[in-house]
Design a protein. Sequence first.
Length: 103
Amino acid sequence: MPRSSPLTAEKAGEKIAVEVKSFVGKSDIANLENALGQIELYQILLEETEPARKLYLAVHEIAFDAVFKDKDSIGHLLVEKKRIQLIVFDPQREEILQWITEF
């Protein structure tokens, strides 16, 4: 995969890929559109090269609160419809706070 590909790892014996997004642009929706586009591209590549690997989008807890937490948000809908699986992290503590595969 190209240099800008997601990080790969294993979680409890399961192969995963993680795309980390900062959501620091001018608009949460524009940030989400960009992230969704990358996730879709990476998912297509993974289906061809490593179909067993599950893809996650990693976001700062502040981005999660702003874009995904509210039940009426488009981010929440994307997770609910299984278009995105999330890892919510705290970069200061270098800690994963949540693994979200569905609401």
